[in-house]
Design a protein around this ligand. Structure first.
Ligand SMILES: [Zn+2]
Length: 187
C-alpha cells in the first residue's frame, strides 16, 4: 500500500497498513524504497518532513513486529500544535485497531518523545519506546523539549505559565457524575 493511504479499521494489524493524518497526507509523497525497519522508517519520515520545511520528526507504531501506522510532524502543515509525529502515528494506529488501547504496541520515534507525546504514549498504554536522537539533540536544533521536561519537574507555582486553582468544589461534580454512572467507559 502506498504510504499516506489510510488503513481500514478492523485490520487487526496483520497487514502492513499505514495511516497518517489527513492534513499531513495531502503533502505527502511516497518515500522512495520505504524501509520496513521501523526506526529506519521513522528517520526517513523525519528527513522527508525536514526537506519539505516541516518539523524533522517521524514515528512508527508497531504491533507484534508489524508496522501498523506511521506519522511525520504535521504542526505547521495542519496548523495543529499537537500534531507531533508520535501523536499523528498514535492516532493513526488507534484508527487502524479501532481502539484507544494500544497496550500491545511499541513506538519508534526519530527523537526522544517530548512530554506531550510521552503523556500520549502512557495514555495509549504503549509498552515500549524506541528513540534515535534525544532531547539534547532536539535542543541543539531549537526545540524546547528539555525546557518542558524541566518545567514539569517544578512545582506548579514555579512554572513559567502561571497555574491557579479556582472552583474546585464545582469541578468535583463532574467526577461525582462519572463515578455514579454505571455505563462509564474507563480508559
Ligand atoms: Zn512531541
Amino acid at each position: 500500500m502506498e504510504h499516506g493511504a489510510h488503513g481500514e479499521g478492523g485490520g487487526k494489524g496483520r497487514r502492513r497498513e499505514r495511516a497518517v493524518e489527513p492534513a499531513a497526507a495531502q503533502n505527502e509523497r511516497p518515500v522512495a524504497e520505504e524501509s520496513q525497519d521501523p526506526m529506519e522508517l521513522a528517520i526517513q519520515l523525519a528527513k522527508r518532513s525536514a526537506r519539505q520545511g516541516g518539523g524533522p520528526f517521524g514515528a512508527v507504531v508497531v504491533q507484534d513486529g508489524v508496522i501498523l501506522a506511521s506519522g511525520a510532524n504535521a504542526v505547521a502543515v495542519s496548523s495543529d500544535p499537537t500534531a507531533h509525529a508520535e501523536i499523528v502515528a498514535i492516532r493513526a494506529a488507534a484508527r487502524v485497531l479501532g481502539t484507544h488501547d494500544l497496550s500491545g504496541c511499541e513506538i519508534f520515534s526519530s527523537c526522544e518523545p517530548c512530554p506531550m507525546c510521552l503523556g500520549a504514549i502512557y495514555w495509549a498504554r504503549i509498552k515500549r519506546v524506541w528513540y534515535a536522537c534525544d532531547r539534547e539533540d532536539a535542543a541543539a536544533a531549537g526545540f524546547e523539549d528539555e525546557f518542558f521536561y524541566d518545567e514539569l519537574a517544578r512545582k506548579p507555582s514555579k512554572r513559567r505559565i502561571p497555574m491557579q486553582r479556582v472552583l474546585r468544589k464545582k469541578g468535583l461534580k463532574a467526577f461525582q457524575i462519572w463515578l455514579a454512572n454505571p455505563d462509564r467507559q474507563t480508559y
